[in-house]
Design a protein around this ligand. Structure first.
Ligand code: BES
Ligand code: ZN
Length: 613
């Protein structure tokens, strides 16, 4: 008996050792050593100081020891550490800490002495005004003009710029928080947000489900609240809260459709926070409270695939999480696939296929620009900053991969597989290698001769797209192309039934030798220069730069000055940077726009305009 008990212990230790050491070694973007000491729970206590553009307070972690190390390794970036303490012998005691050298993309290693018996550590700190994961807006930069606004964007590695933390998606932690703001402002987090109208300036939050650090989120401003259903509400500045509630009215139906396909929504409420137009992304899947750009509030519900996308992350990404940023496709590829399935369930195949086709065209354009190695799903990032390598590859190539598997195995089998996958890995972080092993066991081996492991490896480890990759084709778009050809020869355009998608396809596919007369003819008839839909305006303004269509200049300037969503502005700066005159003009506009841009939008576009790579 003793013998077998020892063996059991030995094997158990070997397994634990194997898992923890691989988890730590696999994330090149974090100094954390999860195999030595991990931090399963965070208590955050922060003052939001708008005058100093600073968060100030402490982060307290409970400690889980996996070795006899007496050091805790954390990530930090531009943080000032005021003091570190450990909880031992029933009291807080000061302890030593040290900060490493500044690494250009990773920030600084923070090492705290936790002794051998402490169960908790507390780090008192404050953030820099330039924290990469925060944006601070003055009252003048908001729609209401009376109150300031601030928000975080932590993914991929910006949590460390506002919390000293083991900033790797391989970690999962629960958190509680206490935030203070000036009276009158409302603070929200990726946690349980109260719908009450209490604005006393002190707010408490709890996130009882274990999440990766990049999903910790905070925002504060003069927010109004409008319910969509008993489970979904919109938080936004007053000017847009009703419009947003109308725009996103399909959200409860999206939740139901996703639950029917992939199992229960496990996060209680699902609320939407509409950010100021400088929010650098379309959306961010912060749990229980997706952060959403106002540029999708178009008045016709045509851009709500964004909501489907962020909601889909409640399964792919937030429930089953990429273990490192090399595995981002496990978040974004699955989510793009699920997003499109939600759109199909609610609005039918025609719209879903149009959205696939638009994504596919974006991917093809992206593949032209990227180094072959950066078109691999399981990308080798080294220690490059993931923001510098952001592309459509994890999204659309990942989505096409799952569409391919669906095609090969049939929808019924593939849906069952995916549903099981979300259950089996719920609240876990997984690597590409773990996914491959699971795919082999649960799909390939159970349905032999359908897809080989070689094919899977080609999708995951080779650049570009496999020969037999799905090539989404939309009949509606084929009709747009027929009309375009007739119109280019002088005929009339019948656009009455066109949706935003058809307009995007039309503008994106106009021949680049289109005449100045034809540009003017289009603009006269359809007022494209003054169109309010942010995506159509973007496509038109990009074409207008290429075609030197001057009547669109003023609109281009105001667009760049009012929108900071990087996907909408950086292709315009990239195009402008191609000629000396335009570059000069673009730099002047950029300098004017810069104070309103998020740090991420600043970094990306300065690289384009000033060749700072
Ligand atoms: N999680 C992403 C945003 C992100 C990814 C931030 C990687 C930092 C690093 C979010 O869900 C997203 O993909 N947003 C897209 C939505 C679109 C594909 C519908 C966006 O912002 O454009
Ligand atoms: Zn996403």
């Amino acid at each position: 008996m003793l013998f077998s008990k020892q063996w059991f212990l030995f094997i158990a230790m070997a397994i634990v050792g194997l898992f923890s050491s691989t988890a730590a070694a696999e994330d090149a973007h974090s100094y954390a050593r999860l195999d030595e000491v991990s931090t399963p729970h965070l208590e955050l206590d922060l003052a939001i100081d708008f005058d100093r553009k600073q968060l100030r307070g402490f982060a307290e972690y409970s400690l889980q020891r996996h070795s006899n190390s007496n050091l805790l390794y954390l990530d930090s970036s531009q943080l000032t550490i005021d003091k570190a303490e450990i909880w031992q012998h029933d009291q807080w005691q000061p302890t030593k800490f040290s900060l490493g050298d500044v690494h250009p993309s990773l920030g600084q290693e923070l090492i705290v002495d936790i002794g051998s018996t402490a169960t908790k550590v507390r780090i008192h700190y404050h953030t820099a005004t330039t924290a990469s994961g925060l944006q601070w807006l003055t009252p003048a930069q908001t729609a209401g003009k009376k109150h300031p606004f601030m928000f975080s964007q932590s993914q991929p590695i910006h949590s460390r710029s506002w919390i000293p933390i083991q900033d790797t998606p391989a970690l999962r932690l629960t958190y509680n928080a206490r935030l203070t703001t000036p009276a009158g402002l409302l603070a929200v987090m990726s946690a349980d947000n109260s719908l009450s109208d209490n604005r006393d300036g002190e707010y408490f939050f709890s996130m009882p489900q274990a999440i990766p650090p990049y999903l910790i989120a905070i925002a504060a401003g003069d927010l109004a609240i409008q319910a969509i259903s008993d489970k979904v509400a919109v938080f936004a500045e007053q000017y847009i809260v009703d419009q947003a509630a109308w725009e996103f009215a399909d959200t409860p139906a999206m939740i139901e459709a996703t639950e029917a396909m992939y199992g229960p929504y496990r996060w209680d409420r699902y609320d939407l926070l509409i950010l100021p137009p400088s929010f650098p992304f379309g959306g961010m899947e912060n749990p229980r409270l997706s952060f959403i750009t106002p540029t999708v509030v178009s008045g016709d519900r045509s851009l709500i695939n964004l909501i489907a996308h962020e909601l889909a992350h409640s399964w792919s990404g937030n429930l089953v999480t990429n273990a490192s940023w090399r595995d981002l496709w496990i978040n974004e590829g699955f989510t793009s696939y699920v997003e499109n399935r939600i759109m199909e369930a609610l609005f039918g195949t025609e719209r879903a296929v149009m959205e696939q086709a638009l994504g596919y065209q974006d991917l093809l354009a992206n593949l032209e620009l990227l180094e072959p190695n950066d078109t691999i799903l399981n990308i080798d990032l080294g220690t490059r900053h993931p923001d510098d390598v952001f592309s459509q590859v994890p999204y659309v190539k990942g989505q096409l991969f799952l569409m391919y598997l669906e095609e090969q195995f049939g929808r019924e089998t593939f849906d069952k597989f995916l549903r099981q996958y979300f259950d089996d890995f719920a609240f876990q972080s997984i690597s590409t290698a773990q996914f491959k092993a699971y795919l082999q066991r649960e799909l390939l081996a159970k349905h032999p001769q359908v897809v080989s492991m070689d094919k899977i490896n080609e999708w995951i480890h080779q650049p570009g797209l496999p020969e037999d990759a799905p090539k989404p084709q939309s009949d509606a778009f084929a009709k747009v192309e027929q009309q375009m050809n007739r119109w280019l020869k002088g005929g009339a355009l019948q656009t009455d039934s066109w949706t935003t998608h058809e307009w995007l396809h039309f503008i994106n596919n106009l021949p680049l030798d289109i005449s100045a007369d034809n540009m003017a003819r289009l603009d006269r008839q359809f007022n494209l220069t003054s169109i309010q839909n942010s995506e159509i305006a973007h496509a038109w303004l990009k074409l207008s730069i290429i075609k030197k269509y001057e009547p669109a200049r003023d609109r281009l300037r105001s667009y760049l000055l009012t929108i900071g969503r990087n996907k909408l502005v950086s292709p315009l700066y990239r195009e402008l940077a191609k000629t000396p005159d335009n570059l000069k003009w673009a730099r002047a506009v950029y300098e004017q726009a810069k104070p309103g841009y998020h740090p991420l939008t600043q970094t990306v576009n300065e690289a384009l305009l000033y060749n700072k790579d």
